[in-house]
Design a protein around this ligand. Structure first.
Ligand code: AMP
Length: 280
């Protein structure tokens, strides 16, 4: 496995290889969720490139950026064990050289609601700009992202289509611990009590799924059930939203696929999770 620190080195390595390229962007602190993306890429592509870059531009809270776990040695070991061919792990100066003045910005509700509203405009601008740079650096055939970050996926699909970037976006299902909690690099910051409390999030999503399956279509009624489950565990969510999975426009009745997205702080840790109702 080769570790490239510069775009020039990454391109030099990729020029030597033939066949398809799969790109798996990450911020490191790898867990089983990231491994599922790597396995998907390994199955499909001849060369698997994983990136590790904790992107300062997408963090709205300096304390969150400072506390973000950095575990490069373990990440490289996991990447090697999953058969990654190339790890691209640049420093911030490589990604944002002096004079950097360009932003890729998706406008409208897709980028401005939910995560965009809670974390601020700059969050998805930061994501869109860095993912554009990573796609241009590796020029992959496929790029792999997790369904856990559903709004991120929708934003990426939007600018990839709008800019005509020649890549196929592959979305992998959310990987969960055996108790149902969505895997996240931030979970290690939860105390045992907080981790138990956090289970109310997947429980609320399950409650909504069951209620929708039993015929309740009104999203306000479904939302009330989710809120009751969360609040019974002392969780006051930032949002419990029912939206179109592509445009993120609000949905009032479950008639076609609806994304149910939850964001909540448990202690100091901010968690997100989602599920899709009505097919898809
Ligand atoms: P991150 O390192 O948190 O930026 O995540 C890198 C990629 O892994 C993103 O596409 C995430 O959506 C994806 N990912 C993170 N956690 C999970 C999970 N539990 N299941 C599936 N994909 C995930």
């Amino acid at each position: 496995m080769i570790v490239a620190r510069t775009v020039a080195d990454l391109r030099a390595v990729l020029r030597e290889r033939s066949g398809s390229i799969g790109l798996v962007p990450t911020m490191g602190a790898l867990h089983e969720g990231h491994a599922t993306l790597l396995r998907s890429a390994r199955k499909t592509d001849d060369t698997v490139v994983m990136t590790i870059f904790v992107n300062p531009a997408q963090f709205n809270e300096p304390s969150d950026l400072a506390a973000y776990p950095r575990t490069e040695e373990a990440d490289l070991a996991l990447a090697a064990s999953e058969g990654v061919d190339v790890v691209f792990a640049p420093d911030a100066g490589e990604v944002y050289p002096a004079g950097f003045a360009t932003t890729v910005s998706v406008t409208g509700p897709l980028a401005e609601t939910l995560e965009g509203a809670e974390r601020g405009r700059a969050h998805f601008d930061g994501v869109a700009t860095v993912v554009t740079k990573l796609l241009l650096a590796a020029l992959p055939d496929h790029a792999y992202f997790g369904a856990k970050d559903a709004q991120q996926v929708a934003v990426i699909r939007r600018f990839v289509a709008d800019l005509g970037i020649p890549v196929t976006i592959v979305v992998c299902p959310t990987s969960r611990d055996t108790d149902g909690l969505a895997r996240s690099s931030r979970n290690i910051r939860l105390s045992p009590e907080e981790r138990a409390q956090a289970l109310a999030i997947p429980h609320a999503l399950q409650e909504v799924t069951d209620a929708a399956a039993s015929g309740i279509a009104d999203t306000e009624a479904l939302r009330a059930r989710a809120l009751a489950t969360l609040e019974a565990s002392g969780i006051h969510p930032e949002y419990v939203a029912f939206v179109d999975p592509i445009t993120f426009a609000p949905v009032t009745a479950v008639a076609r696929p609806v994304l149910v997205a939850i964001a909540a702080r448990v202690g100091r840790t901010r968690l997100i999770d989602n599920t899709v109702l009505g097919g898809a």
